[in-house]
Write a protein that binds this ligand. Structure first.
Ligand SMILES: Cc1cc2nc3c(=O)[nH]c(=O)nc-3n(C[C@H](O)[C@H](O)[C@H](O)COP(=O)(O)O)c2cc1C
Length: 238
């Protein structure tokens, strides 16, 4: 197994089709679930339920859902966009604008101004995959004294990262599809009790073709690490 820092560095979002005819081996799937099992959670609440979806009919039904377009998402997405690799390399945070449909790259985007045909093309179908993980939690069971269940939600992130790193170590690609969480049809299709919330969903599998190389950026450690006092930069962290 690759050493942990290499594994962390190599993990990436694979927004490409995964081979629908190449299922993830059961033992590998169990390892991904085992990784979630041992994730740290606030108060050891283990506040997640994970639905593994690999029934082709259910996958198709979910794949066919027109995922809602959120004007808020598009508006708040805009400041995170860079319009060239050079700009992204300089900013070190955010995403390339070309990842999104052209009309989303407009700060004045208004859903009301888009015609039906355009809206349909914006609701791009989810790329294919042999399986999906849907992680749900019960917002009624928050970590003690954790306003907005902040700690519980961090815990779900720990489960996500554990699973993602496990998948990476097994050569399995993974892609989070947040928009499934706001599509009510998913809860109906998967018979998720109404009081549970979808935290996140991930497609996973083996890429059909080699994913195109894309620029990945991160801030340098010195950009976010402070020494003893906020704002105090340490040359040793450079
Ligand atoms: C909580 C969370 C939600 C995310 N939602 C999406 C999503 O809906 N669609 C998507 O393509 N990527 C999603 N991502 C992936 C991030 O965009 C990605 O991790 C980030 O751009 C860094 O790229 P990398 O994963 O390739 O290193 C999400 C990541 C996290 C942690």
């Amino acid at each position: 197994m690759a050493d942990i820092l290499n594994l962390i560095r190599n993990r990436k979002s694979l927004r490409v089709p995964f081979d629908p005819d190449r299922p993830v081996a059961r033992e590998d799937l169990l390892k991904i679930l085992e990784a979630a099992r041992w994730s740290p959670t606030a108060h050891n609440m283990q506040n997640f339920e994970i639905i593994v979806v690999d029934d082709p009919e259910i996958l198709q039904a979910i794949g066919n859902i027109k995922r809602p377009i959120s004007e808020t998402f598009i508006r708040e997405n805009y400041p995170h966009l860079s319009f060239s690799e050079e700009e992204l390399s300089k900013k070190k945070t955010g995403l390339l604008a070309t990842m999104f449909p052209p009309s989303w790259r407009n700060p004045d985007f208004r859903l009301t101004q888009t015609d039906e045909k355009e809206t349909a093309s914006l609701q791009r179908p989810m790329p294919e995959s042999p399986a999906l993980l849907v992680v749900v939690y019960d917002p009624g069971k928050r970590a003690p004294a954790s306003e907005g269940d902040f700690l519980g939600i961090i815990s779900l992130g720990c489960a996500l990262e554990n699973m993602w790193l496990m998948a990476e170590s097994l050569g399995i690609g993974l892609h989070i599809v947040s928009s499934l969480g706001s599509a009510p049809e998913v809860k109906t299709i998967l018979r998720i009790p109404h009081d549970l919330i979808i935290a996140f969903s991930c497609r996973f599998g083996y890429p059909v073709s080699r994913p195109a190389k894309h620029l990945q950026v991160r801030r340098d450690v010195k950009d976010f690490a402070h020494h003893n006092r906020f704002g105090a930069r340490e040359k040793g962290f450079a």
